[in-house]
Design a protein around this ligand. Structure first.
Ligand code: UD1
Length: 370
């Protein structure tokens, strides 16, 4: 492919990890509707079928134009290999904008490769902060925001975080595309959702959905053992538990499997949403699940000490429980959906992806005179 054969304006989107496929689905569709050409670069950060391919099959995402096949490695090696490989593709395509999502190593590599080539970067989920510098995600998102030209900030808190770091230009308060995704796909997963619950041997509103994958939890023995013991006690307390196990955790979760605690391989987006919408409570360290629980009106217990989605804690639909077993069990027992519920438009109105596409169309037509 030569630069001359690339359509213009062209958006190159860099994805690589599971949550990015979910976020990209509504945005890709909106870019297409807005008449913008987009090509996907898949870094290969997530490579198992259950972590990647199944999302492309079900979410209507365009096939990646290139798959870099980088795979797992240490942070420096993984990010470095991605940086080199993404740069090669960008030099070939010469896109007018690079679109990146969230806070993974794929996000940072895509943003850095583009910025060094003076290609504008648009960052979806800009401005989120945990203020925990030990999280690889925090490093990725801070650095990405500081090289981005267009910063799609999902919340007021995200806009304020950017302003505190001196970033005010190019910031667009958008809403959250994961909310768009739930609305967009609800008619596809909701009708079969009760069957998914039954297939896991569960009864609606009588189980907890557990997901754990953050390095800060899985790679710290004290935190990991606290979470494992907390989940074991939740099961022993009489609440059924279903836990789709992330590959980072693997067999280490097997120690808690019991009649009341069912472990499963990673699930598709539709099956996850199905189990989520009928759960009594969610126990997670995932950013995406914290929001999705709220979209479905399910209380969330977050096994972390801080969250980027502070508004959920403020309105009382999410509790930061830490990783001590007693704290987890107490939070699960007390978890309830508050009468006031969620404020309207907290994460937009479900049309966020379209607004991003319109913004990018305006941005690109200003940048590239006809
Ligand atoms: C990454 C992101 C995290 C995001 C998460 C979503 C970074 C630093 N972290 O974490 O922000 O929330 O994705 O899942 O980018 N593995 C497989 N098969 C796969 C993918 C991973 O077996 O398809 C295993 C490998 O052993 C790998 C480990 O999981 O070493 C971790 O994978 P990696 O993508 O590096 O980080 P995640 O924990 O998935």
């Amino acid at each position: 492919m030569t630069p001359e054969s690339s359509p213009h304006p062209l958006i190159a989107t860099v994805v690589g990890a599971r949550p990015q496929f979910i976020k990209a689905a509504p945005v890709s569709a909106a870019l297409h509707r807005a008449g913008l050409a987009e090509r996907l670069i898949h870094t290969g950060q997530h490579y198992d079928t259950a972590m990647s391919e199944v999302f492309f099959q079900t979410l209507g995402l365009p096939e990646p134009a290139v798959h870099l096949g980088i795979g797992s490695a240490t942070h420096g090696a993984q990010t470095g290999r991605m940086l080199e490989a993404v740069e090669r593709v960008l030099l070939d395509w010469r896109p007018d904008l690079v679109l990146v999502y969230g806070d993974t190593n794929s996000t940072l590599a895509g943003a850095l490769a583009a910025a060094k080539l003076h290609i504008p970067v648009a960052h979806v989920e800009a401005g989120l902060r945990s203020f925990n510098p030990h999280m690889p995600e925090e490093i990725n998102r801070v650095l990405t925001d500081h090289v981005a030209t267009v910063l799609f900030a999902p919340t007021d808190a995200a806009v304020a975080n950017l302003a505190r770091e001196g970033i005010t230009s190019g910031v667009v308060r958008t809403g959250d595309v994961m909310f768009d995704a739930v609305l967009r796909f609800r008619s596809a997963f909701a009708p079969a959702s009760a069957e998914v619950v039954a297939r896991h041997g569960l009864i609606p509103k009588r189980y907890a959905l557990v997901t754990i994958h953050r390095a800060e939890n899985t790679d710290d023995p004290a935190r990991w053992n606290g979470i494992l013991e907390g989940v074991r006690r939740v099961g022993a307390d009489g609440l059924a538990v279903v836990w789709p196990v992330h590959p980072r955790v693997g067999e280490r979760a097997h120690a808690v499997a019991s009649a009341n605690i069912c472990l499963s391989p990673p699930l598709s987006y539709f099956d996850t949403q199905s189990l989520l919408m009928h759960a009594k409570v969610v126990i997670t360290d995932s950013g995406g699940l914290q929001k999705e629980a709220a979209f479905h009106g399910v209380p969330c217990v977050t096994v972390r000490d801080e969250t980027e989605w502070v508004e959920l804690v403020e309105v009382g639909v999410n509790v930061l429980a830490g990783t001590e077993p007693e704290g987890i069990v107490r939070a699960v027992r007390q978890a309830a959906w508050p009468a006031a519920g969620l404020q309207d438009n907290l994460y937009g109105d479900g049309d966020t992806a379209n607004r991003m596409a319109q913004y990018l169309r305006g941005f690109l037509s200003a940048a590239i005179p006809a």
